[in-house]
Design a protein around this ligand. Structure first.
Ligand SMILES: [Mn+2]
Length: 359
């Protein structure tokens, strides 16, 4: 049976506020409040971080700590690709959302010839590049890196020097660029975007599911609609930035935004999407306990994460059961001896016919 493997990326090099690298511990400790043995159940792999870079001055204004982020992308991509190739489903818990660029690179490395669909559940579009970023933080750029876009035609920032070649390296991690196309991308929960991102979304008619649609209910239908829309994709990657949730629910995240999802809606949404057998990787990101009080954010997010992983586990079990049933049926059919030799009779007739026509 396919199994689940956790990938822990304790990096916050792409974020502007300190503390997201502690998000994994926050989530693990929150699980204990529920008396859950979730984290004892799954094997996990840790990606080596470059946190020492936090104590150095980020020299590139429009792509802060990009050299460190490239290393994380490469390690992350290899880990994700290795797990998929070994028949497992990697579930990524990351510090900041930049690592999703490395995750997508890994999915594409595992399936270089397949169409990869991306469901991006986030308050932000993360479509910036060094040429448009208002902050220089790479956690606003992972989708641009996966789509291989720059906005060089209308640059807002005077990007110079080695930022340009380093951005090219980032886009090309995994050896394929672009890794995804805008028609295979769906945004859920977007509500805080910059002009360049809005223009890109409009130009390429990228599908968006807005929060008011989700508030109306019928989340099951919304999930089915998203999955049908991505019908041409062979595999799906689901990225869940916890700032898709309402800022009143998740205070402990780098860029909280009001008017977001409720915990109940997020649970329904994720379980509805992750049941699709094409989902080959899931990521949860941007938990920052330093911005929080009494670990409340991770405590609210853990049940969402647990239900999401359970939805994947449930469909893996279902697939295994169906496979066993099919094997049993094939076995029992092959053991049944026919009452008369049907096949032989038929072939005899054929031979007989052929011989007669020759005569
Ligand atoms: Mn994000």
């Amino acid at each position: 049976m396919k199994s689940i493997k956790l990938i822990e990326v304790r990096s916050e090099l792409g974020a502007g506020t300190r503390g997201a690298s502690l998000g994994i511990e926050a989530l693990k400790l929150a699980s204990l409040e529920y008396g859950s043995y979730f984290f004892g159940k799954y094997k996990s792999k840790e990606i080596r971080d470059n946190s020492r870079l936090l104590f150095k001055n980020p020299v590139r204004t429009y792509a802060k700590r990009i050299r460190g982020v490239i290393k994380i992308f490469e390690r992350q991509a290899k880990a994700v690709s290795d797990e998929i190739k070994a028949g497992r489903i990697p579930i990524v818990i990351s510090g900041d959302h930049s690592s999703a660029g490395g995750t997508i690179a890994g999915v594409k490395m595992a399936y270089p010839k397949s169409k990869i669909g991306v469901i991006w559940i986030d308050a932000h579009a993360d479509l910036h590049s060094p040429y448009t970023t208002p902050s220089g933080n790479i956690h606003g750029m992972p989708l641009a890196s996966a789509l291989g876009i720059d906005f060089q035609d209308k640059p807002k920032n005077p990007v110079k020097g080695d930022t340009v070649p380093f951005w090219d390296v980032l886009k090309n991690v995994g050896g394929i660029c672009p890794k995804i196309t805008p028609d295979n991308l769906v945004f859920v929960g977007l509500r805080d975007m910059e002009t360049e991102e809005i223009q890109y979304i409009r130009k390429h008619k990228v599908k968006i599911v807005k929060i008011p649609q989700i508030h109306k209910g019928k989340i099951k239908e919304i999930c089915n609609d998203i999955l049908t829309y991505l019908g041409g994709c062979d595999y799906l990657y689901v990225s869940f930035d916890i700032d898709s949730l309402d800022s009143s629910v998740v205070k402990g995240t780098g860029t909280p935004v009001p008017n977001g999802l409720t915990v109940k809606e997020a649970k329904k949404l994720l379980t509805g999407i992750l049941k699709d057998p094409r989902v080959c990787c899931f990521e949860i990101t941007e938990i920052n306990p330093l911005l929080d009080a009494e670990n409340r954010t991770a405590s609210r997010v853990f049940p969402i994460f647990r239900d999401a992983v359970n939805a994947i586990e449930k469909r893996l079990k279902k697939a295994q059961l169906e496979k066993r049933m099919a094997e049993k049926i094939t076995k029992s059919v092959s053991q049944v001896k026919p009452a008369f030799p049907v096949v032989e009779k038929k072939s005899n007739r054929l031979i007989a016919k052929k011989t007669s026509s020759k005569k």
